[in-house]
Design a protein around this ligand. Sequence first.
Ligand code: ADP
Ligand code: MG
Ligand code: ZN
Length: 602
Amino acid sequence: MKGKAPFSIWYLLIAFMVMIILQNYIATPPIVKLSYSDFKTQLSEGKIEKVVIDSKMIKGFYYSDEEEPVRFSTVRVEDPSLVEQLEEKNVNYSGQYESPLLRGVLGWVVPLVIIFLIWGVVFKRMNPGAGVMTFGRSKARLYAQDKERTTFEDVAGVEEATEELKEIVEYLRTPDKFRKLGGKIPKGALLVGPPGTGKTLLAKAVAGEAGVPFFNISGSEFVEMFVGVGAARVRDLFQQAQQKAPCIVFIDELDALGKARGMNPVGGHDEREQTLNQLLVEMDGFDTGTNVIIMAATNRPEILDPALLRPGRFDRQVLVDRPDLNGRDAILSIHARHVKLSPEVDLKTVAARTSGLVGADLANIVNESALLAARKGKNEVGMQDFEEAIDRILAGLEKKNRVMNRHEKEIVAHHECGHALMAEMLPTTDPVHKVSIVPRGLAALGYTLQLPTEDRYLMTQQELIDKLSVLLGGRAAEEIIFEEVSTGAQNDLQRATDIARRMVTDYGMSSLGPMSFEKEKNPIFPNNPFMRNGGYSEHTAQEIDKEVKRIIDETYELVSAKLAENKSALVKLASELMDKETIGGDQLREILKECGIEKPIT
Ligand code: ADP
Ligand code: MG
Ligand code: ZN
């Protein structure tokens, strides 16, 4: 729609006026209704000027006391002498055959047209940007290719995601290369990550790099008040996309539309479910030959409908995580490209002070410092301005609980190093791939990533105990260094307890002997503790709990002893982690080697 006129109440008023006028001049009888006897009286007094006689009515003009002739009508009565009298008084008279068609047009079509007009105006108001006829059209914006093309150069700090997306670019550029060997081009990629990490930016970069049309629409734009509209929009979007193939369809904020179905306690949101269903249908109906890649972004993958994540739909998930120190440095450099920096500005220092912040925050900091410098009348941005900008933005974010203070960071660093150290000191555990105190996802403050060196289908008792040890390492390290514990180990403890319990109830690895105590799940209320119909007695349940506790306690003792023994290594590793924020596996092993720790070989 171009040049959308602003809605005003005047439209409605004008429509009403037009209707009233039309009624007066076309569809309604004349002003004065005379009885037939009055009409005859007027006629005999010679006041009638002109009449038109049809099958039911007599209409015409008569002179009353005023100058102007008055319109009148009267119901026609069987009166054979009427014509004679009209002749006698010399009245101009004529008959009229009333066409039923004309009557229909006047009586029906005119009001309909008016109603339609009002309807259109009202809907335009409720749904700005779309006229009556474009109601079911998708509002996707097609990105122009030439002006300000976004490329991967504009994105930094999310290298892993960028690498994965480069593949998609290649699919779009040279699809035949992949199809020749019988491979199927993936249909969809889902960008997952916290807000402001650059998901939308990455999607645009993919389009910019591939040089294909890019349909950009937000999930919330599908969700409408009227049932069926969203589904129609999805259909339209995919139709358009298919015509423009090869191209990319990007649905931002997918969670607005893709929330798991049947989750609404009040009885479901029919419209949203219909829209989601339509999206699933369209994604399935897509022939892989059409060369349309569907990308979507969300920061809440956990609430998405599982059907969306199945193979053939968003089967690729790309994690767009918060940037680490080097990443932040690179992002700051990108945004400082067009800012006049004074030579003393060291972006590395800025990056070091902004741990936990995402790309959008950093862009904000650069902009804010430029504004601050301008306000002070400087002609270049100095370190002082950056410091002030950081303080401002951090203060805002701290209020929203989005950044850690120094002490929290210290705790998290030691906690993660506890995990990492245990993983590197035990013989059977998977080696550490990466330790980080860059918050990940929504809950985790830091993480230790272990990568298995081979597939395992069986685990021995020792391997389970070692795994348990790594999980308990975080909390044990906190206790050794700070002599108190934090809430940060909650998830570890959950997983540790789960392993210990399964060792007792499923794997027969306890003093209770080789028996399975698996609870039979109640088919209707699987998690209801009051309806346990397990195959063992209350006494056995107590025994199980005791054994679980014993396994965990004993392991925790061992872990604590081991970490206390290597406290100096733990401290060193943690301080390194505080500086670097992320330590790769090889680097980690080097540091430990210096402390005389090497992974025992099985
Ligand atoms: P998201 O969609 O993940 O919430 P956006 O892509 O909308 O985040 O990011 C908002 C802005 O923040 C971007 O336009 C860009 O200026 C900046 N930004 C975010 N992440 C990055 C990044 N990794 N590299 C460079 N700039 C970034
Ligand atoms: Mg976004
Ligand atoms: Zn932990």
